[in-house]
Design a protein around this ligand. Sequence first.
Ligand code: BG6
Length: 515
Amino acid sequence: MATTDIKVGGDAQDNPLVEGLERLPVHPTTLVIFGATGDLARRKLLPAIYNLAHEGALPERFNLIGSSRSEMSHEEFAQHAAEAIRQFSRREPSEQVLDVLLSNMRYVSGSFDDDSVYTQLDGLLKEFDDAAGQPLNRVFYLSTAPEFFPVIIEELGKSGLNSHEGSEVRAVIEKPFGTTLQEAKDLNKRVLSVFAEKQLFRIDHYLGKETVQNVMAFRFANGLFEPVWNRNYIDRVEITAAEDLTIGTRAGYYDQAGALRDLVQNHMLQLLCNVAMEPPVHFEADEIRDEKVKVLRSVIKPTPETVDDIAVRAQYGPGTIGGETVRGYLQEDGVPADSNTETYAAIRLEIDNWRWAGVPFYLRTGKSLARKVTEIAITLKPVPHLAFQQEGSVGVRPNQLILTMQPNEGVSLSLGAKIPGTRMRIRPVNMEFLYGTSFMSQSPEAYERLILDAMRGDATLFTRNDEVEAQWEICDPIVQKWEATPGPLPQYEAGTQGPAEADRLLEDGARWRAI
Ligand code: BG6
């Protein structure tokens, strides 16, 4: 088999972003994507791989095998990949880089429970090894519907593809990792009977976002904030992941999942961990994940009795988003007219440990809201005494620190400042850091970082088995209670702030931040 070395891109002259980019060595690798013609592969994985190639960040020898049920030749798959890259890559593809990447692509079609798929894969993997004259590392990326995860894992074990003499074999598993606590436990058990934990990379793409990683940098690289980062100074933490999109064409998946499983169980609890964890001694995968697990285990678990007090769900009704009229959730194609699936979820959690006891953590997410915003808002306690009361200090508000993940990535701190004039009048102003202006460069997509890390065997930004189960332990009682409680659900108008019901989670007088 003729393969081409992938010394592509990496030229600082035509690609200024390469400058200063840290290049960590990656062993020559063959990546196998199951579900390679699916939506995620098309929109995210293939474009991410192209961008890594463009930056010269892929290993010198890199091959890709796509696999899915659709009948296709190698050439047709390469064509499909090229189209996906042209449509979704964050940068205009260079034909030279693309050609090299496509020349090292192969395709295997078939059903994931069919042994012959794995025999063919084995053959292609060996051909790539022979062409390279050495055993290449292998990464199996499971980007299929979740019911195929155990099937593929078992087939990989059965065909002996879970290990390879002289090189590393790793498996990347997409979300959702189970739809209940029990399912997650069963899946962990099945996966761990074939692969060792150090071979496994459970994806949560939020961890690959630069701005999410920056939460740790912000906390642990600055002496200013850590002393106040506790119950003595922080009044409440509000984490929002609002979207202005409807469910689009994803009814099949979404109606089974709902907002809590789709975003809270994974991405939002990870954000909470980043805010609340203790500083690790070293920035190493297991140390960081140990600290996160400690936080998750300290969260007071909801019970059937407390769910109604601490959680609110709702569905979007018809409305207008960005000037466009949209349908309500129950009118979406593929959604049963009596569906009880929530498109909005808000919960109040408490972390029962030394640092955080008594501080409410509010998490909310929803589809079809007024705008897309992902942020962590940390509100400090009010000052103990207002010296300028007679002077009209009405504008004095507790300091608020906002870490914005998207859009307008950055950090903003609200401060009380004197309004110019003879009187001592105060009003809040913002001190801002914006990623875009400080770094003047485009951040890589989360999947670029994560695919590279999986190839390098660095699991820091992936969820460990105990972590995923600890996340489920928090969400499972809510899921169970909601499933057992018939609807109809409260509705909120699409394009708005979400349901008024969410206000009841807050303390008296408090308000959610505007979306
Ligand atoms: C995915 C969810 O995990 O995250 C989607 O399945 C959601 O429903 C998406 O839209 C949000 O990701 P991002 O990166 O756009 O904030």
